[in-house]
Structure formats: C-alpha cells, structure tokens
Design a protein around this ligand. Structure first.
Ligand SMILES: Nc1ncnc2c1ncn2[C@@H]1O[C@H](COP(=O)(O)OP(=O)(O)OP(=O)(O)O)[C@@H](O)[C@H]1O
Ligand SMILES: [Mg+2]
Length: 415
C-alpha cells in the first residue's frame, strides 16, 4: 500500500531518521498539530505494534487530548480500516496502541508504565514543567522519539530551555513554523489573524508569529517567579477562601466573573488552587462559587461588592443560605491592591498548584502604573481579593490605611 501525505516544506527536516528529539514551535495555525498527527499515523502503519503516548502537562479529560485530532487524521488519510478507535485509546496495526495521558497524574513509579513506548508526542508543550520533562526523558528508552509542539510563551519555559537553548540535546531537530508556512492555512483562521492584526497589535506577534509573550514594562508579577514556585499539590491548608470579582454586566461577550480558590498553610505560604472564572448570569457565578466552596471545604467567600452589594448578597443567599461571606469594597486602583500580593510572590511565598494560563497572563500585565492588558483582569482581581483575605497583616502594612471590609457570617446575616 502507498500512502500519499502532503507535508508542508517547513516540517520536512522532522522526517529524518535517527533523531531523538523533534520539535516544532510557532504561532497559531502553522500546521504543527496536523503534521505530528499524520507523522504518528504514518509510523503506526509502517511499524506494526508501535506504541505511542500523547501527553500534555495536565489532561483532565480526553477531550483535551490529541485523540480527536488523530481520529480526524485517520479519516482524512482514509486508513480507518487499519485502526480501532476505543473510548480511551486507539488500537493500531499489529497490536500497537496510542494512549493519552496527563504528566501531572504521573509519579516516578507510575511513569515506568511508559517504558515500552517508542514515540511520545507532547502537545501544547509550552506548559510542560521541569519535573514532568525530567520524569519523561529517562523513561523513553533507546530508539524512542520525543516529539514536541508548542506556541512559545517565555524563554524560561522548560521546553524552550530544552529545545531552544544554547545546548541542544544530542540528536535533536527543531523547526520554527508559522501560519505563512502552512499551505493549508484555512480561511477562518486568516480572518482571525487579520482581526488580531487590527485590534490586538500588542499580542499579535505572540499569537501568530511565535514570539514570546509581550512582557509589560515594570510588571509587578513575573512568569519566572510563578514558574519556579509552582507546585503539583498543596500541603494541608489552614484556611481556604473563594475570591469573586463579579462582572458588572452578564450579557454575552461581556467581562468574565473572576472566581478563584486560594488557601494558606501553617508555614504562611499561599496556594492558588483553582481558577473557576466564567461568563454568565449572577446565578451562575454564585453557583460556581458555592460548588467550589464545598469542593475545597472553604472557610469563606470573599466578594467585591462595589457594583451592587445587595444583589451579590441575595444571589449568594439564594444558592446557599448561611454561607460565610466577606464583602470587600475597592477603594484603590486594582494595581495598588495587587502590589502587596506581588510582594508575597517575589518572596516565593505564593504557589500555583498546577498551571492557570489565563490567570497568569493577567497577573503578568499588572504594572506599577496600572493594568496593561485589554479588558478587565477579573481572574487576577479575584485572586487578589482571596489573597488579601488570607494575608491581612501583609496587606495592611503595605498599603491599606482604611480597609473597608464587612463580614457577614453564619450568625446574623440572614436576618
Ligand atoms: N496537511 C494538511 N492538510 C490539510 N489541512 C491542513 C494540513 N495541515 C494543516 N491544515 C489546516 O491548517 C489548520 C491549522 O493547522 P494546525 O491545527 O495543525 O496548526 P497548529 O500549528 O497546531 O495551530 P495551534 O497553534 O492553533 O494549535 C488546520 O486546522 C487545518 O485546517
Ligand atoms: Mg495545535
């Protein structure tokens, strides 16, 4: 049987034999995912019994995995008769298999289950952690290939250090691919690109040309610090709160409601444990917040009530009467409130448990003179409220002469 596969020229170097590391980085729509998918399917056909694992740093559901892409590729290549698509894996010719896993679910023990795998494809590798890369590398033994596709964020991200640093591992080949290298670049994406070129010039080269995230000059949070202090899990927490920054309007397309869960341990470190921010009605943010309050056994909900304290209170009350709610009122600019929290970060005292890409983007656009992102930093705001509640001493000392805080708890607030 002869397969005809059209490979964009930019990826041809990745077809060579004898390489251990193969990487493709660049902006949106450059064909990276499609290239690796067809490469994997082709290899499964050429090498019966081949075992392939597709990983991401975090994979909460299979929908987040490359499974769908591989299924589409099998169809597009018209080789469906050779593969058997199962609920959680794909059976390949000659008794081989393709599986899908999140690296954060692995331990030093469990990773050994991947030892017989010859190909590992890491999607969205810009979120890979040092720990996960270290876990994987020795697991993939002789003759294996490690494939990485990513849209770069920061030169200090582990995959950039590994595959774009001054010392590449031996037997590596890495290509840069952008939309202009993709002869199949679809019309819809071209429209998106044009739109970003007009309206989102600051981020255009990051999104479409593979440039690193623009760093706000004078930013008070930075990605390196967030990355260095990242944790896989939180220790036992003394206090957990859910911070909410509700959006003014709930019409579709309007701002998000920031909903962020954070906690504090006995040693005085803060942990960001969940970003549940959403668009929707007040009822929807209230339900989300109460669900997270239950799931993380939180001690309180902290909510900014500048825009309608009564409405916020009623909404929360209608979902769960008797909830402990701390109402806060913003008296100073967002970036001024964020500064003491940024100071905690720079002391290495705040840890993100897992990665929160959108929240982290917002944090890194706070500067000493204001928020430089577009729209409203709802996620970051919710985080700042939660941390302010967890570290009151810190905040008061640094910036707050008149904290405006109303605490209505399980006692009297219903009457
Ligand atoms: N070999 C191909 N044949 C047909 N269409 C293709 C091919 N390669 C890419 N495309 C088209 O280009 C689009 C973008 O490709 P792909 O999703 O692989 O890009 P990407 O670099 O992974 O982008 P992102 O950064 O958004 O994940 C695909 O949705 C598909 O429409
Ligand atoms: Mg992709």
């Amino acid at each position: 049987m002869t397969l005809r596969i059209q490979t964009p020229r930019v990826f041809v170097p990745l077809l060579q034999d004898g390489m251990r590391y193969k990487g493709a980085w660049g902006g949106r729509g450059s064909g990276k995912s499609w290239f690796f998918a067809s490469y994997i399917i082709e290899r499964c056909i050429a090498e019966p019994g081949l075992r392939v694992v597709c990983v991401r740093e975090v994979q909460k559901t299979l929908r987040e995995s490359a499974k769908r892409l591989l299924e589409d590729t099998i169809k597009a290549m018209d080789v469906g008769s050779l593969f058997e698509v199962m609920a959680d894996c794909i059976k390949t010719p000659g008794g081989g298999i393709i599986i899908f896993q999140g690296m954060q679910d692995h331990t030093a023990e469990s990773i050994k289950s991947l030892e017989g795998f010859r190909v590992c494809y890491w999607e969205e590798a810009q979120t890979a952690s040092d720990r996960s890369i270290e876990l994987l590398r020795p697991t993939m033994r002789s003759g294996s290939e490690l494939l990485f596709a990513w849209n770069p964020r920061n030169a200090n991200d582990p995959v950039d250090k590994l595959l774009r640093g001054p010392d590449l591992p031996s037997r590596s080949v890495v290509v840069k691919a952008n939309w202009s290298d993709n002869p199949f670049f679809p019309k819809e994406l071209e429209e998106e690109r044009q739109f970003d070129m007009k309206t989102n010039r600051d981020r255009y080269s990051h999104i479409w040309e593979g440039a690193y995230e623009p760093a706000a000059i004078g930013a008070i949070f930075d990605r390196v610090t967030i990355g260095q202090n990242r944790r896989e899990a939180a220790p036992e927490l003394d206090r957990v709160v859910v911070g909410i920054d509700p959006a003014v309007s709930s019409e579709s397309g309007s701002d998000m409601h920031g909903v962020v869960v954070a906690g504090r341990c006995t040693a005085g470190h803060g942990y960001v444990i969940h970003d549940g921010s959403l668009r929707g009605s007040p009822r929807q943010w209230a339900e989300r917040a109460v669900a997270l309050y239950d799931a993380y056994e939180a001690d309180a909900i902290v909510i900014e009530v500048n825009q309608g304290g009564d409405m916020c209170r009623h909404t929360l009350q209608s979902v769960r009467p008797g909830l402990r709610v701390v109402e806060v009122r913003a008296t100073r600019g967002k970036h001024v409130r964020a500064e003491p929290i940024a100071a905690l970060y720079s002391l290495g005292r705040v840890h993100h448990v897992g990665t929160f890409p959108e929240l982290e983007d917002q944090l890194c656009l706070f500067t000493a003179s204001g928020y430089e992102g577009s729209g409203s930093p709802d996620r970051a705001d919710a985080l700042v409220w939660a941390m302010t509640e967890l570290f009151p001493g810190m905040v008061r000392k640094a910036a707050d002469p008149t904290p405006q805080r109303v605490d209505y708890g399980s006692g009297g607030w219903m009457g």
